[in-house]
Design a protein around this ligand. Structure first.
Ligand code: SAM
Length: 342
């Protein structure tokens, strides 16, 4: 498979240009969001998955993985009494597991809505049917994370990403049209990636009806066809985060925790390059090891690490949720549209 060589930049850059790209991206983020960073908790509720992505440790073909679904009552307890004060949003994530969605995620969302109404709710549950998206929204979620993984149709097929590329894009469009804020994204360094394919992906991430997007470095998953492949290039990941911010000033762009696996300053560098969201993993530690996107030693971002990285980047923690920020933005744009017509 022809892959991107582990070095260089998406576009050729002169000395110092990469640093200035990151600085400009950080300045654009500051202009739109102040120096404020959202902090979102993530709970990985189930690692059952019906998909068989070549890059992901949770693929259904990984028979050595111990599968789990967390207990609804334990999750309710966590939501009621175990959430750190610093988070304004909560992301519920699973493999693609419609049983888990119905038996755990939907009732959990109802509990959050009733008992923690101020929390913004994101979900990352895969490509589902429209009815289930609608039910999740009715239960209180408003932000759907669905990554395209690569913006090139052939590449998507080659790595056996979920369903087909067209289905994934149709899902993004349906979600956005039915009132969800949608975040997508891609894996930098996925085997078979080329510079042209990265550029194509960045273009598409700017054209789709998105509220946010992410760049995650590829990290080889154990027990996957890509187990021996090298990790995604760190500098290129940071460059893509900066380019994403410069092209899409208003996007919510996370500093993904996998960045710290490829570089000790990964989180900090992403925040400096324009990222504006940090995540804290709240999956109970007994199950974390089995939520296997890649290796068992993935870096778990704890509250203190997140606070330290945000402070070191010279930023502050947002007190307003992503969900509320986007709601206010929509109200403002409706008001200006009405004024323009009047
Ligand atoms: N199954 C759902 C879906 O397809 O959207 C959500 C869960 S899935 C495990 C979450 C994300 O993990 C994927 O969208 C993918 O980008 C990321 N991921 C999986 N394996 C990865 C790897 N080896 N390196 C980096 N990111 C990976």
């Amino acid at each position: 498979m022809t892959s991107l060589p582990p070095g260089g930049t998406v576009f050729p850059m002169a000395d110092g240009e990469a640093a200035s790209l990151e600085e400009r991206a950080g300045a654009v983020r500051d202009e739109i969001f102040g120096r404020e960073i959202f902090v979102r908790g993530v709970i990985e509720v189930s690692n059952y998955c019906r998909q068989n992505c070549d890059y992901c440790g949770m693929r259904r073909g990984n028979r050595s993985l111990k599968r789990f679904r967390l207990e609804l009552e334990n999750l309710r307890e966590l939501v009621r009494h175990g959430l750190p004060d610093v988070i304004t949003d909560l992301n519920i994530q699973t493999g693609e597991d419609t049983v888990g969605d119905r038996e755990i995620v939907l009732p959990l969302l109802e509990t959050i809505r009733q008992e923690k109404a101020q929390l913004g709710i994101s979900v990352c549950l895969g490509t589902l049917d429209h009815k289930l998206y609608d039910e999740l929204k009715a239960a209180g979620a408003s932000y759907y994370i669905i990554k395209m993984e690569t913006g090139n149709r052939d590449h998507y097929r080659e790595v056996h990403a979920p369903g087909t590329f067209d289905q994934r894009l149709a899902a993004i469009r349906y979600l956005a049209a039915s009132g969800w804020a949608v975040s997508s994204g891609f894996i930098l360094g996925l085997p078979g990636q080329t510079r042209a394919r990265i550029e194509e992906t960045l273009e598409l991430l700017g054209e789709l009806p998105l509220a946010g997007a992410s760049v995650s470095p590829f990290i080889a998953g154990e027990q996957t066809p890509f187990a021996q492949e090298p990790p995604g290039n760190f500098e290129l990941t940071i460059e893509c985060i900066a380019r994403l911010r410069l092209r899409n000033p208003s996007y919510i762009i996370p500093a993904v925790s996998a960045l710290n696996l490829v570089n000790a300053d990964g989180y900090l560098r992403a925040l400096r390059a324009g990222a504006n969201l940090a995540t804290i993993n709240l999956t109970p530690s007994t199950n974390r090891g089995d939520y296997l996107l890649y290796k068992r030693d993935r870096v778990i971002m704890h509250e203190q690490r997140v606070r330290a990285a945000i402070a070191q980047a010279g930023c502050a923690i947002s007190k307003v949720s992503i969900a509320e920020t986007l709601r206010q933005r929509e109200v403002l744009s409706r008001v200006s549209a009405i004024r323009a017509v009047a």
